[in-house]
Design a protein around this ligand. Structure first.
Ligand SMILES: O=C([O-])CC(=O)C(=O)O
Ligand SMILES: [Mg+2]
Length: 225
C-alpha cells in the first residue's frame, strides 16, 4: 500500500456555518472555541482586509515541489480553503497566480500555505487571498509524491480534512468539523456582548470598572499614588 494518497471525497462544513464563521472572523471564533485553534503567527496574509472561512482541503508536499497542489485541484469544491504543508521547512514560491486561477476555477476561496508564495501582485489584483510563510520568486518542480486530504500539522495545530478554517488580517484559526456549528453560535453571542461593551467604553466607562478589576488590582498589591 502506498504511503501517499489522494482522498477524493471528504465531509464538509455546511455553507451557512462557514458564512457565519467568516462573518465573525478569526479572533472571535478562536475565543468562542475556548481559545483553541489559533495558528502561530508565522503565516501572514499577503493582502489586506480579506476574511474567509472554508472547509479544509489539506495538502502535504515535498519541499520545493508543488506537484501535490496540482493533484489537489480536482478534489476542491466551492467554498474550500486549501491548506498546504511541506514535509520539511521551505520558503520556496510553491503557488502563484496560475495555480490560484486553477484553484479558484474549482471554487477555492483561499490558500493557507506553510511555504512561500509568488506572483504576489497578481494574486492581490485577482483578489485571491493567501496566507504564507514568505513571498519568494524561487520556483519549484513537479516531481515528488505527497498526499491530499490527510491530517496535517502546521503552526502548532492539527488540521483534518473538512475542518473549518477561518483566516483574516489577524491570522488563521482551525475549528474541528464536529464543533463548527456550535462555535459559530458562541461566536455570534460573543459579538453581541462585545457590541454592548464597545458602547460603554465609547461612553468613557473604564475597563477596570466594566471588568470589575479593582479588587484584583488591590489583591495584586498595585498601589495607586
Ligand atoms: O507555476 C508554478 O509552479 C507556481 C506559479 O508561479 C504559479 O502558479 O503561477
Ligand atoms: Mg507564476
Amino acid at each position: 500500500m502506498s504511503r501517499h494518497v489522494v482522498v477524493q471525497s471528504i465531509e464538509r462544513v455546511a455553507a451557512d456555518v462557514l458564512k457565519g464563521l467568516a462573518d465573525e472572523g478569526a479572533s472571535t471564533v478562536h475565543e468562542a472555541d475556548g481559545r483553541r485553534g489559533a495558528f502561530t503567527p508565522e503565516l501572514r496574509p499577503i493582502q489586506s482586509g480579506a476574511r474567509i472561512a472554508g472547509s479544509a482541503v489539506t495538502v502535504s508536499c515535498h519541499p520545493g515541489d508543488n506537484l501535490m497542489i496540482h493533484a489537489a485541484v480536482e478534489t476542491v469544491r466551492p467554498g474550500d480553503v486549501v491548506v498546504v504543508t511541506t514535509t520539511s521547512p521551505s520558503t520556496d514560491g510553491m503557488l502563484g497566480d496560475l495555480l490560484a486561477t486553477s484553484l479558484r476555477a474549482h471554487g477555492a476561496v483561499g490558500v493557507i500555505l506553510d511555504a512561500g508564495v509568488r506572483d504576489a501582485a497578481e494574486l492581490r489584483e485577482m483578489g485571491f487571498p493567501v496566507w504564507a510563510r514568505a513571498i519568494s520568486p524561487q520556483g519549484t518542480v513537479k516531481a515528488s509524491p505527497g498526499s491530499v486530504n490527510v491530517p496535517v500539522v502546521l503552526c502548532g495545530q492539527v488540521v483534518e480534512p473538512g475542518d473549518a478554517i477561518v483566516a483574516d488580517d489577524d491570522g488563521i484559526v482551525v475549528i474541528p468539523f464536529s464543533r463548527a456549528e456550535a462555535v459559530v453560535k458562541k461566536a455570534q453571542a460573543r459579538t453581541a456582548n462585545e457590541a454592548a461593551k464597545r458602547e460603554r467604553l465609547a461612553a468613557g466607562e473604564l475597563g477596570v470598572d466594566m471588568y470589575q478589576l479593582r479588587p484584583l488590582l488591590e489583591q495584586l498589591g498595585v498601589e495607586y499614588r
